[in-house]
Design a protein around this ligand. Sequence first.
Ligand code: BTN
Length: 329
Amino acid sequence: MPTAEHTILRELIAQETGWVSGSALARKLGVSRVAVWQHMEKMRAAGFAFEAQRARGYRLVSRPATLHATLIETQLKVTPRNFSMVLLDLVDSTNDEAARQLAAGRPAPFVVLARRQTSGRGRFGRTWHSESAENLYASFAFRPRVAPDRMQTFTLWMGLNVCELLTRFIGISPGIKWPNDILFEGRKAGGMLTEARVDADQIRDLIFGIGLNVNSPAGTLPPDLARRAISLSDVTGAPVDLNRLAAAMIGRVQLAYQKFTDGEHLKNFADLWHRYDVLRNRPVALLEGGRRHQGIVTGLDDEGALLLRDEDGHTQRFRAGEVTLEKAS
Ligand code: BTN
């Protein structure tokens, strides 16, 4: 349900940096100019900056650097049907919060966003550093009701969609490192964590979590991570509009999920994988269950497993594992 704040922001954003008259806003909302001014003050407190002139009205000068629910909603291109959004200031993990909300019966699909996480998680139970409110932490919840083997390539497909989105959004293409890393310049800008609960051979629900380093310089991370990490603003050399990115991500993830469940993703999965994959024909080491395997990556099989050719020319497939690029000999 759009509020007065949605209407005001929509009008101001439509004018970009142009002026919107206070009385036009008051007329549109059916309230007094004083009431409009009160809304503007509330928005100022939330991090917006406006210029106000008696004769011309209001002009949007800057937007909050951290996530803001109305600003995200206002910038959604299509408001997906039956889709809801939760934005929290602080949470343990957005994946855990999404799981709690699913367990409490919240209708899916929905997204949980947080400005910061106290226990952000990655694969293998690793910590996802989430102290900076200038980054994106999001978990999308779905109830796909399909057999688990239908979802094997889900995270890979979502990763490709994140790559496509980022290419359009910042004009520079990332790479994807199987199975869940988004890289720029060989350094990690984002990671994905998909968690599903299965009931009698059917997926009961599925949570797709994504963390993206957006505006917090990688140099602010602990030193061992800083060398391997990068943020979008490190890549572009300028701040990235976090709320616009969050809105674009919500739209893209919804669409990608739809295409996946319809089977439509099969049309261009292989092409996209070819475009963004950073491992093909590269020598790698793969750690799996305490064992280290070495070889050249030759691609993926239909189930999304990584194909590795060893020095004897044998190809092995891996459903899971941690890959590191080796120097070519
Ligand atoms: C990885 O690279 O291993 C995956 C990292 C996934 C991090 C995101 S941040 C939002 C969501 N909540 C979590 O606790 N984890 C994911």
